[in-house]
Design a protein around this ligand. Structure first.
Ligand SMILES: [Fe+2]
Length: 223
């Protein structure tokens, strides 16, 4: 009997449109996406700043899904963000208490507001990428002061997972746990990507789930 052709899924995640602020920040935001492991397929110079196309991996080069676009904030969106910041006195001593509360919420849980997650198939890749970003957060002039990294390890319970994470150069001393088992999360908070309620930053999440487990952080949420 002939092997059945692999069925094309009826639908998939298509693309995500991200923005940076000033034209000169375009290459820095693009560098961050590359460091996160995305593959740059196009750079189109435009008067207000480069337009970039990225894909999640080389398999997606000519496809219509797995795409991240990156471009400069449109002028009128920039004006809206400025108006929001003026109105709520963002970043001043008189910052609106709702803004302060929202910030505190994000400190307590980086994925409690708008964010986007990428799933990696290799824990070693996730560790390598994140350790590199942590080093660059201290020493890379393009990224220093622009990224903060948070980590969640799996809820304990699976001896093999626990042992692997105990031995991890990244997760070994992490005490914060994900909303579930058999997976880990990395949160990269950056102001190089302008999104979210105040339009001044966003969180990108990188995930890994251990294979062949009955459930994991992205299949069953545990509170
Ligand atoms: Fe998330």
């Amino acid at each position: 009997m002939a092997t059945a052709a692999k069925e094309t899924p009826a639908r998939s995640m298509g693309h995500l449109a991200l923005h940076y602020g000033k034209a000169e920040d375009g290459p820095k935001a693009a560098k961050l996406l590359s460091l996160l492991g995305l593959v740059e397929t196009q750079v189109l110079p435009l008067p207000d700043g480069n337009f970039y196309r990225y894909v999640v991996d080389n398999e997606h080069f000519a496809r219509g899904d797995g795409i991240v676009y990156l471009s400069a904030l449109p002028e009128r969106q920039l004006k809206l963000i400025e108006a929001i910041h003026d109105t709520f006195k963002v970043g001043t001593d008189n910052e609106h208490e709702a803004v302060q509360g929202w910030r505190q919420m994000l400190i307590e849980d980086p994925e409690s507001s708008f964010h986007f997650g990428f799933l990696l198939n290799s824990l070693e890749d996730l560790e390598r990428i994140t350790l590199d970003l942590k080093e660059r957060a201290e020493n890379d002039p393009d990224l220093k002061g622009h990224i903060e990294i948070g980590l969640n390890r799996s809820r304990p319970g699976d001896p093999d997972v626990d042992a692997r994470l105990d031995a991890s150069p990244l997760f070994g001393d992490v005490t914060r746990c994900a909303y579930g088992r058999n997976g880990v999360q990395v949160f990269v908070k950056t102001d190089l990507l302008k999104a979210g309620q105040l339009g001044d930053g966003m969180v990108i999440e990188l995930d890994y789930v251990f294979p062949d487990r009955e459930n994991h952080i992205l299949s069953i949420v545990e509170m």
